[in-house]
Write a protein that binds this ligand. Structure first.
Ligand code: ZN
Length: 198
């Protein structure tokens, strides 16, 4: 399992346009495998190539145990509105509500370069829009009001010293901490559910 370094906000690659993938190669298949491994280790539900320092138009997502690799994804239909809290593996510990389309249809290619069409709403719809934004140099903070964005960047100023060279390295210590946080959140959720039943 190869874990990739994650670029954090301020790294210029996060602002670059990606390049369309013309053909699948063993190198790109490996990249996709590594992106899934990295996303799972970081406890994310989506990861785009620029976040791991690459310029290919590739993203991976996994919402509710449904792993999907998206090659050259394009949003073809948008409808409605939804507002939900977002975070980003490239902007750790910063969370804000973002307004996006409520439902999207996405055309993409799968790892065999076969066309796929996905429909997403709720968390999955938000995730698709967030990752496709990454492939065009856009971050979720760009959707906030100027005031909120300034507030987010002030919060980030406090965080960013943890990421020398604007790289977030998934060391065994970091992975253990993220796992502990997830376990704690799951335990709280289970306790809440148990309380609801009473
Ligand atoms: Zn992100």
């Amino acid at each position: 399992m190869a874990l990739l370094d994650i670029h954090v906000i301020g790294s210029p690659i996060l602002r670059r346009e990606t390049q369309i993938v013309q053909q699948m190669t063993s190198g790109l298949r490996q990249l996709i495998t590594d992106m899934f491994d990295t996303m799972y280790a970081a406890k994310g539900i989506g990861l785009a190539a620029p976040q791991v320092g690459r310029i290919e138009r590739i993203a991976v997502v996994d919402v509710e145990k449904n792993p999907i690799a998206l090659i050259n994804p394009v949003i073809t239909i948008k409808s409605g509105k939804s507002r939900r809290e977002e975070g980003c593996l490239s902007i750790p510990d910063i969370h804000y509500d973002v307004e996006r389309a409520g439902k999207v249809t996405v055309n993409a290619l799968d790892v065999d370069m076969k066309p796929i069409t996905l429909e997403g709403s709720d968390l999955f719809g938000t995730c698709l829009q967030h990752e496709i934004d990454h492939l065009h140099g856009k971050l979720f903070l760009d959707h906030l009001s100027i005031l909120k964005r300034r507030q987010a960047m002030r919060e980030w100023e406090e965080e960013k010293d943890q990421y020398p060279e604007l790289i977030r390295r998934l060391t065994p210590e970091v992975i253990a901490r993220l796992q502990a946080e997830e376990d704690e959140a799951n335990a709280e959720e289970a306790a809440d559910r148990a309380a609801d039943r009473r």
